[in-house]
Design a protein around this ligand. Sequence first.
Ligand SMILES: NC(=O)c1ccc[n+]([C@@H]2O[C@H](COP(=O)([O-])OP(=O)(O)OC[C@H]3O[C@@H](n4cnc5c(N)ncnc54)[C@H](O)[C@@H]3O)[C@@H](O)[C@H]2O)c1
Ligand SMILES: O=P(O)(O)OC[C@@H](O)[C@@H](O)[C@H](O)[C@H](O)CO
Length: 541
Amino acid sequence: MLLTREGIKDIDRWRHAGIKLPNYDVEKIAEKTKQNPTWLHFGAGNIFRGFIALLQQDLLHKGLTETGIIAVESYDYEIIEKVYIPYDNLSLLVIMHADGTLETEVISSISDKILADPWSQDWTKLKNIFTNPSLQIASFTITEKAYNLKDFSGEYIKEVKEDIQKGPEKPRNIISKITSLVYERYLKGKYPIALVSLDNFSGNGERLFGSVKTITEEWIKKGMIEEKFLDYLTNPSKVSFPLTMIDKIVPRPSEEVKKKLEGLGLEKMDIIKTSKNTVIAPFVNAEKIHYLVIEDKFPNGRPPLEEAGVIFTDKETVEKVERMKVTTCLNPLHTTLAIFGCLLNYSTIAEEMEDPCLKKLVEKIGYDEGLPVVVHPGVLDPKEFLREVIEIRFPNPYMPDTPQRIATDTSQKMAIRFGETIKSYEQREDLNVTDLKYIPLVIAGWCRYLMGVDDEGRPMTLSPDPLLEDLKSHVSNIKLGDIESVKDNLRPVLSNKHIFGLNLYEVGLGEKIENYFKELIAGPGAVRKTLRKYLECEADK
Ligand SMILES: NC(=O)c1ccc[n+]([C@@H]2O[C@H](COP(=O)([O-])OP(=O)(O)OC[C@H]3O[C@@H](n4cnc5c(N)ncnc54)[C@H](O)[C@@H]3O)[C@@H](O)[C@H]2O)c1
Ligand SMILES: O=P(O)(O)OC[C@@H](O)[C@@H](O)[C@H](O)[C@H](O)CO
């Protein structure tokens, strides 16, 4: 069986294999999308295919919309070449249930694909779509680092600097590209649009707005675009930047799932790793549970996504629910498991949840240190959310999620995942920041991870991170087994406000982290020993 528009016409074979097919005419929807595009999505990676496209597919199944989503890739063009074009933009969603059953569905709600590349013909096509009055949404899953215009020294990154110099014609950076496209829409008719960040960090919509506004102001200063564009951009009835909270664990595609699909008769299911490190396949493996909460601010209208389970609400509620998930109840726990999972050589998150020390560690971070600072968001219950994460979602043995995936870009996530809770402890009169034990232990664990040596003293490959080389340079003089070598080497890292959102020494945690770190580097096996000591746990491994 081939995953193509032609291939899925062989309905009986797909049904026989237990794979759900679209109940709508895929070609007709693609044609309608071409005439009346409503939704462009930037970042054609796994979460988009495994979650966002599923929501639109749900609406198409229910007859509640007539158009699909157009996938836009602005960074890793190989994704389009290798997993969109050969499969006519179709993907196969594989939901992994905790009892080992797989639920498979052909996702055909991605009606077209475009490269956001000013040097390709697609750019004109993209501009035409962006200036179409029918367009309601441009959404984004482009990873947190893509929103940064400046490096840690406060300087614009090279690409952005060049874009600022050269103007909106041929931008290279994703934010300059978005700004340029929104400017085209302004010139064409000042039509309204919602720019929706679906990336996983606090205040995502506001950060997107801030970055687009910065590029706008730079271009205005240079006289490259009309000044009035700023009025349009900052008028929420014209351009909105809703806040969102997105939650679905979508691991990288796994070899085991690939084999199971081949067993069902599917061909050409190969997993690829692009030269930009995206691991992607014609299929997406994901969990069933998901949550999407969005600030209801869509000046040009939107599809009725509430019918697909999306919660639309006000800004304050999204802020609370997002803080709950990203700063306390899910992502800090994930990062904890990522760091210690790499050090202890675990290959899945589910296996780690069977380790009594690691399970206890995430319970301590979630229930004891995180929950006290969570403000109940109303729409979801934090304690129940946390319980579902710890008892059901993370331990799902069929989810092929790896510590290495989650360890990607950790430097970009520390401030949100741990810094926010530390700040809350600082601000609250009834809490004492120096009472925190386990969050500092994880931060020390991250410094230990950066040494690139596992707990047995063997070299380990570190996941990609934009700050990796710089961070490694700070720990490069520290030797496993030599506590004296720690000296002041961690100080530049732990005092870096860009990384943690605060200077950890100023809040009284720097020395505590250094002390934990010394225990973690005492020699081979020291990571396990330290966990046992502070968590009073027994583990075989
Ligand atoms: N996978 C999950 O479980 C999950 C869950 C919730 C939210 N998210 C959010 O979605 C993001 C993407 O996750 P994914 O699973 O799709 O990852 P992925 O690796 O499959 O895809 C990443 C996408 O981001 C694009 N990208 C990366 N760097 C970029 C840059 N500098 N400029 C423009 N585009 C860039 C890539 O080209 C690709 O389209 C995450 O960083 C997170 O913020 C992911
Ligand atoms: O997507 P990232 O890289 O910000 O973080 C890795 C994981 O923690 C994350 O993808 C979770 O799986 C997701 O946040 C679950 O909703």
